[in-house]
Design a protein around this ligand. Structure first.
Ligand code: SF4
Length: 274
């Protein structure tokens, strides 16, 4: 059974929720979340709050790679390929240990952010690197797919050879395969190919983050979970990096609805396992 507080607070604790987009100071066309998070990362870097960003971006198909961005150009260039919803925790540790960053922001999935928050809160390991992490930013996540199973399904059902796929675009409701053929497949059709852990995961927004961001019905929502992050976001707004607007109840409900959907999905899969 899922703890009841999940449904009572589907978005976790927060101090503010905004909709946001990139401000006049930064051109981030094509970046995820209307560029809001990319622009905020530029603000953090320009103002000496961080000296680098560690994130995953899509490299090929459903594969991803870790990027370490140390300049504003790096950040914008990387985001042009879209910050991506990809599992990368093992590589992340290796990358952080090998990089000479002192203070970084990490953009990741709710499960990764949760893991890193635990490490920050209970720093037990000798190899712990959490003191280098200044800001944890979570992207909204509804799940990731078991790559080989999806590709084999697409080959059998739609006759698309994996080698002919040039790009896979992930939207809120579907995967679009682009290559010799172009096919859009709704998530409902391929839910069974999601990673098992994702089907059991109740966290849509990343409740352990400092800031969560994601797009729901074409608007980028930014959930701010502590006052320090909120002050930074407001300063970034004042300095033209980002444009934020307060949200109304109806807009909050839209995000809560998505988060609740994920909690219920996890409850139902957990019940099947018991
Ligand atoms: S659904 Fe949960 S476990 Fe799966 S990638 Fe997203 S945050 Fe991680």
């Amino acid at each position: 059974m899922m703890p009841s507080w999940y449904l009572e607070k589907p978005l976790g604790d927060y101090v503010a929720i905004y909709t946001g987009k990139s401000g006049r100071k930064i051109a981030t066309e094509g970046a995820a979340g209307g560029g809001a998070i990319t622009s905020f990362l530029c603000y953090l870097l320009d103002n000496g709050i961080i000296d680098g960003v560690v994130a995953a971006r899509k490299s090929k198909g459903l594969e991803g790679e870790i990027v370490v961005a140390r300049t504003r150009d790096d950040i914008i260039k990387s985001a042009g390929s879209r910050w991506q919803v990809l599992p990368f925790t093992l590589k992340l540790k290796e990358t952080i240990e090998n990089e000479s960053l002192r203070s970084m922001a990490i953009v990741g999935l709710p499960c990764q952010i949760n893991f890193l928050r635990q490490m920050k809160t209970f720093p037990l390991l000798e190899t712990d690197f959490s003191n280098k992490i200044s800001m944890l930013i979570s992207l909204f996540c509804f799940g990731t797919f078991a790559q080989e199973s999806v590709l084999s399904y697409v080959r059998e059902k739609y006759g698309i050879e994996p080698s002919s796929i040039e790009e896979i675009k992930i939207s809120q409701k579907a995967l679009k395969f682009i290559g010799d053929k172009e096919v859009e497949i709704k998530f409902d059709e391929i839910t069974k190919y999601m990673q098992v852990g994702c089907l059991l995961c109740p966290d849509y927004t990343g409740i352990a983050s400092d800031i969560s961001a994601g797009t729901v019905e074409d608007k980028t929502f930014i959930i701010v979970r502590n006052n320090e992050a909120n002050e930074m976001l407001k300063d970034a707004n004042k300095k033209g990096y980002i444009e934020i607007e307060n949200v109304n109840e109806i807009e909050i409900e839209r995000v809560e609805k998505k988060a609740t959907e994920k909690i219920k999905r996890a409850s139902s899969y957990i019940a099947q396992l018991l």
